[in-house]
Design a protein around this ligand. Structure first.
Ligand SMILES: Cc1cc2nc3c(=O)[nH]c(=O)nc-3n(C[C@H](O)[C@H](O)[C@H](O)COP(=O)(O)OP(=O)(O)OC[C@H]3O[C@@H](n4cnc5c(N)ncnc54)[C@H](O)[C@@H]3O)c2cc1C
Length: 495
C-alpha cells in the first residue's frame, strides 16, 4: 500500500472524518486509516449540539444533517428535571439536533468522498513515530503489512488511541468506578409522552424514542452501580434495573444493542507532540452525559484542520505558522479540561447521589437551574456556544475597548447587506475554509495586515444592520476560518 499523503489521520470516526474533510477542503492530501471494514451500525451519540451544526453550516453542509435529524430546543445536565434551554443562545441553531451517530458518520464519509479524501478501510495501525522531517505509521491491511510516511499524523483513533500511546502522551485521570447500562430495545407499552427521565433513590433512567417501537433505555442502577464495564448486559438485567427505577419495564424485548459505559474520565496531558496531534476521544474521555464527546471532538477537528493546512501550504512566515500549530493545544486543551470537570460533576449527580443528601443536592440544583443565568451558563457550556479564544492569533493594532471585546468571539451567521442592495450572511463567505476580512464600516480602508498569503483571505464589505450598535467603532472583523473573530480593526476616526 502506498500513499502520497501530507497528513495521515488514524481513525474514521466522526472526528477523523471531519478533520479529513477540513484538510481536503484546503487542498491538503490526506489519507485516513480505519481498521473497521464497515461503518458501525449502532449509534453511541444521538445529540449534535448547536455549535457543531454551526461549524457544519460554516462549510455549507449543515442542511444535510438537519434533513436527517430532529431539532430539540432543550437538553439536560445530569438528567436533572429542569431542562437546559438553548432557545436564548445567539445562533441560528439554538437547539440540539437529535441525530444518530451512524447517520452523522455516513454523511461525513459521503462529504469526504466528494472532497477526494483517501479513506482506507480495513487498515489497522500497529505503530507510529516521527522524526524532524515527518511521521510514519506501520500496520496491516488485508493481511498485508504497510508502512506510510507523511508530514503530520493525527490520532483520531478513539479512547484507546494507539497514536497517543506510541507518542508517549499520558492520559491522566480517574479509573472507571461506576457504570450504567444501555439498551436499544423495542417497547410493547412505552410510557405516555414516549420520552422519560427519572432520578430517585433507586437510580436514574432515560428513555428516548428512536423511531417506531425502538427506544434507547439508559439505566443507572444504584444497586449494581459498581458492576465492571466489561460485564455483558442482558435484556433481563436491563429490564430488572428499569423496574427498580421506574416501576415498569415497558415490555422491553428484541434488543438491538446492549452495552455498558462507565464514569472513566481522562484527559491527554498534551494534544500535541511534535508532528503528532490528538483529537476527539483520543484526547478526552468521560461519562457520556449531556451529549458532548463527539461534539467536542468535532470541534477539535475544526480547530486543527485549517491550522495544519496553513502550515503545510506555507501560508505565512515559519515562526507565525509554528505558533499557529501551538495554538491548537492552547485553545483546545482548556476545553477538554472543562469537559472533564462538567462530566465529572454530572457523574457525581447521576451515579453517586442516591442517598437522601444526594437526592437533596439534585433537587436543589434542579431548582437553581430554573434561574435564567445558571441555565444559560450551563446551556452555553454544553452546546459549545460559550467557547471563545481570547488570545488573538494575528497582531492587533490598537483599537481600544470597542475592538477588544470582539477578540476570540464566536460569530453567529449574521445577515449581511451589501452596497449593491444584495443580501448574504457571514457563513456563506467562510465556506472555503479561508480567513475572512469582514469590512463593516461602509468601505473605509482598515489599517490592518492579515496573513501574508492573500490566497488564504477573502474580503467582504457589508453592513450588519442587526448589529450596528454593537459594531460601533469597528471598521472590520478579522474572522478565522473556523468562524471565531481573531480581532476587530478600529474604524478610522476622522476629525
Ligand atoms: C452511550 C454513549 C452515548 C454517547 N452520546 C453522545 C452524544 O449524544 N453526543 C456526543 O457528542 N457524544 C456522545 N458520546 C461520545 C461519542 O460517541 C464519542 O465521543 C465519539 O464517538 C468520539 O469520536 P472519535 O472519532 O474521536 O472516536 P471514535 O468514534 O471512537 O472513532 C475512532 C475510530 O478509530 C478507529 N481506530 C482505532 N484504533 C485504530 C487503529 N489502530 N488503526 C486504525 N483505526 C483505528 C476505530 O475503529 C474508530 O472507527 C456517547 C458515547 C457513549 C458511549
Amino acid at each position: 500500500m502506498t500513499s502520497n499523503a501530507e497528513v495521515i489521520v488514524a481513525g474514521a470516526g466522526p472526528v477523523g472524518l471531519l478533520l479529513a474533510c477540513e484538510l481536503a477542503l484546503a487542498g491538503v492530501r490526506v489519507t485516513v486509516l480505519e481498521r473497521r471494514t464497515e461503518r458501525v451500525a449502532q449509534s453511541r451519540a444521538l445529540t449534535m449540539h448547536g455549535r457543531t451544526l454551526e461549524m457544519l453550516a460554516l462549510r455549507g453542509v449543515a442542511g444535510r444533517f438537519q434533513a436527517r435529524g430532529m431539532p430539540i430546543p432543550s437538553g439536560h445536565f445530569a438528567g436533572l428535571p429542569t431542562r437546559l434551554d438553548f432557545s436564548a443562545c445567539d445562533s441560528t441553531y439554538p437547539f440540539t439536533l437529535f441525530i444518530a451517530q451512524s447517520v452523522t458518520e455516513e454523511l461525513l464519509e459521503a462529504w469526504a468522498g466528494e472532497l477526494g479524501v483517501d479513506l482506507r478501510r480495513g487498515a489497522t495501525l500497529d505503530a507510529s513515530g516521527q522524526d524532524e522531517e515527518g511521521v510514519w505509521v506501520t500496520g496491516t491491511r488485508a493481511a498485508t503489512p504497510f508502512r506510510l510516511a507523511a508530514r503530520y499524523l493525527v490520532g483520531a483513533d478513539g479512547a484507546r488511541s494507539l497514536v497517543r500511546r506510541q507518542a508517549g502522551i499520558a492520559f491522566d485521570g480517574l479509573p472507571p468506578t461506576k457504570t450504567a447500562m444501555l439498551g436499544d430495545v423495542l417497547l410493547r407499552t412505552p410510557p405516555a409522552g414516549r420520552a422519560l427521565s427519572l432520578g430517585n433513590a433507586a437510580g436514574g433512567l432515560m428513555l428516548v424514542p428512536l423511531g417506531g417501537e425502538l427506544y434507547r433505555v439508559i439505566v443507572v442502577d444504584a444497586q449494581d452501580i459498581g458492576v465492571p464495564v466489561e460485564v455483558p448486559v442482558t435484556l433481563e438485567g436491563l429490564a430488572a434495573a428499569t423496574r427498580r427505577v421506574a416501576g415498569d419495564d415497558f415490555g422491553m424485548h428484541a434488543p438491538q444493542w446492549l452495552s455498558r459505559f462507565s464514569n472513566q474520565t481522562c484527559l491527554a496531558q498534551s494534544y500535541r507532540r511534535g508532528r503528532i496531534f490528538l483529537a476527539g476521544d483520543a484526547a478526552h474521555i468521560h461519562l457520556p452525559a449531556g451529549g458532548q464527546g463527539m461534539n467536542v471532538g468535532m470541534q477539535d477537528a475544526m480547530n486543527l484542520g485549517w491550522k495544519l493546512a496553513g502550515a503545510l501550504r506555507g501560508r505565512a512566515d515559519a515562526a507565525w505558522l509554528a505558533s499557529l500549530l501551538d495554538s491548537y493545544q492552547a485553545e483546545r486543551h482548556p476545553v477538554g479540561a472543562a469537559l472533564y470537570r462538567n462530566t465529572l460533576a454530572q457523574s457525581a449527580l447521576m451515579m453517586d447521589a442516591f442517598d437522601p443528601a444526594g437526592q437533596a443536592l439534585r433537587a436543589t440544583l434542579s431548582e437553581l437551574m430554573k434561574g435564567a443565568e445558571l441555565n444559560a451558563t450551563l446551556a452555553h457550556e454544553l452546546s459549545g456556544f460559550g467557547i471563545g479564544y481570547p488570545a488573538a492569533l494575528l497582531p492587533v493594532a490598537g483599537g481600544g475597548q470597542a475592538c477588544a471585546r470582539w477578540t476570540g468571539r464566536r460569530l453567529p451567521d449574521w445577515p449581511l447587506l451589501h452596497a449593491d442592495g444584495t443580501a448574504s450572511s457571514v457563513y456563506r463567505h467562510l465556506a472555503g475554509g479561508r480567513w475572512l476580512l469582514l469590512r463593516v464600516d461602509g468601505g473605509a480602508r482598515p489599517d490592518w495586515q492579515g496573513p501574508p498569503d492573500g490566497a488564504w483571505l477573502d474580503t467582504v464589505t457589508a453592513t450588519v444592520p442587526a448589529r450596528a450598535a454593537e459594531l460601533d467603532g469597528v471598521a472590520a472583523l478579522v474572522v478565522r476560518p473556523d468562524g471565531y473573530v481573531d480581532h476587530a480593526v478600529a474604524a478610522l476616526v476622522t476629525a
